[in-house]
Design a protein. Sequence first.
Length: 657
Amino acid sequence: MTPFKPPYAVPVADIEKKPGETSVMRHFKFADKLLDHPDDLYTLWDLYLVGNTIGGDKPFLGVRRIENEVAKEYQWQTHNEVRVRIENFGKGLLKLGLERQKVLGIYAINRPEWTMAELACYRQAFILVAMYDTLGAEAMEYIVDQTEMAYILATADKLKNIIGLKDRLPSIKYVLIMDTIVDATDRLNAEKAGLIVHTFNEVEAMGAPVEEESALPAAADVATICYTSGTTGVPKGAVSTQANCVASIYATAAVGDSGTFAKVTHTDVYISFLPLSHVFERLAQGLHVYRGAAIGYYQGDTRLLLDDIAELKPTVFCAVPRLFNRIYDKVLAGVKSKGGISSYLFFKAYNAKKAHLDHTVHHWLWDSLVFGQIRAKLGGRIRFILSGSAPVSPDVMDFMRICFSANVYEGYGQTENFCAGCLTLSDDNTTGVVGVPFPCSEIKLVDVPDMEYLSTDTPGPRGEICIRGHSVMREYYKTPEKTQETLDADGWLHTGDIGEFDGANRLIVIDRLKNIFKLSQGEYIAPEKIEGVYQKHELVNQAFVYGNSLHSALVAVIVPDKDAFGKWAPSVADGGDIYRSDRVKADLLKVLLAYGKENDLKGFEQARAIYVTADEFSIENDTLTPTFKLKRDAAYKMYKKEIDDMYTALSNGRTFT
């Protein structure tokens, strides 16, 4: 295969360029105009009908059969079977009193009923509001109150939580349960609290006899309010119309048809485990729904995900960098532990493939001889992999391409534009870039003088990434002041990310406005970059880097990889607690400083003290968002004492190495 040649994207005429910003970039395949909505595909229901026609009696939604608490094979409902359920559920909601352009909340993990309810909302022009499965009481109260939510669809295990919060959620009247059975005590307690409870099947049964056809949705109808995962402050509700969502999904399909992205067809099988409350998974599923493909759901436990994948054997795998980092660490740790001829062969094969990544991700010998067992970890049928939600290390991107013999794409987008920012291109295995604009989007960079990022910078212009196009949200729900801060008068979405255009007009995300801090000597620090380096090391699972502007040094909280750290640490722990041992901390810091230097971290970018803990950052302890982004404020509050202690020790001249 011959790699693509520049230009990947083209600038619009300089007449659109204002002082302090770059020319607008557009996808080169669609450079003459923005991709508009195709004929007869204006709403998400239109897209669904295309997929339903293609899929017909082929498998659509699948879950694993459970026998004696053991997961067995996947069992499937066909496209045609699911369509009947979607339409009946939607009509049942109408019969219960839910009105057009009123809110249905969904509070559950991914499962077929989630997707069926989503599609029913699109058909009946209800507004879908997804709430994260692990949402805290305060955020849940805020979302329910702001949207005046009266109907909520949840799993049975969430009913107790809703009952307990009823006094704080006075607008909730109906709780619809995805499971077929509701505990009698829970149902009674719900009724005492003034809640009306129905199962999903009961709502379907209400809708089945209804023969009258309700009005079809319109492109301008609000499809969903997607609440940002909230790394700081209260979540904001991005209002996306049906047309906004169609633009993102159809644009992804269009680049697949054009050959600049993988083409999804009805033969594909997708594993659904990323939270459907996030637009990345909604876009990915929307594409597979539109193409009439099959979607298999995980069991709901990420610890069992690889077992689900081995059984499902998906052809498409979408994930976030945190999972890729774990796969990377586990595989390399396993290779190193084997040593000998196995390790020699792995690195010989790895380096041979890496040398030819500009041309192909395949090798006639090494793919079967060395990488077959690794490929089997993702089922053995993966055609392509897509990474989203956060930047992924170039080393990890190369690793995934080499070990899984698959094209690996990286996407860039936000909740506010339904994920449709940039996408890397087929056969372009350049690392560190996020590609070119979606066909439905335009991108420009605007000067950030305070941080010395300018559109006049060489070799490539730099600045805040701004996006305009059909997928950009209408507004933030009921917060006009926040909308005005984010959407300017010309329709540009100001992302808060800092980008750079390279020589082929591809975008590179290099910084974040809000996550940058300055040390006392005046150096600007991008902590995510440093954390990304440390987290690649086999001993590290997670890292939180912090810098106080009154100090000249960084400190870090390190969550080690339990397996690798458990084998390494005892040799230096003198028999004590490996997480509290000063000697272990000192030796681990030496390892990380050396590794950081190898990966081109500058001296001021290196942590000078570390705190080691076995407690992971997680959604459950509110230090990770549902898309696995670190909530810095929450992490700082959790470890404020330890951070203060590290700075005190550094100020007193104590060395940690």
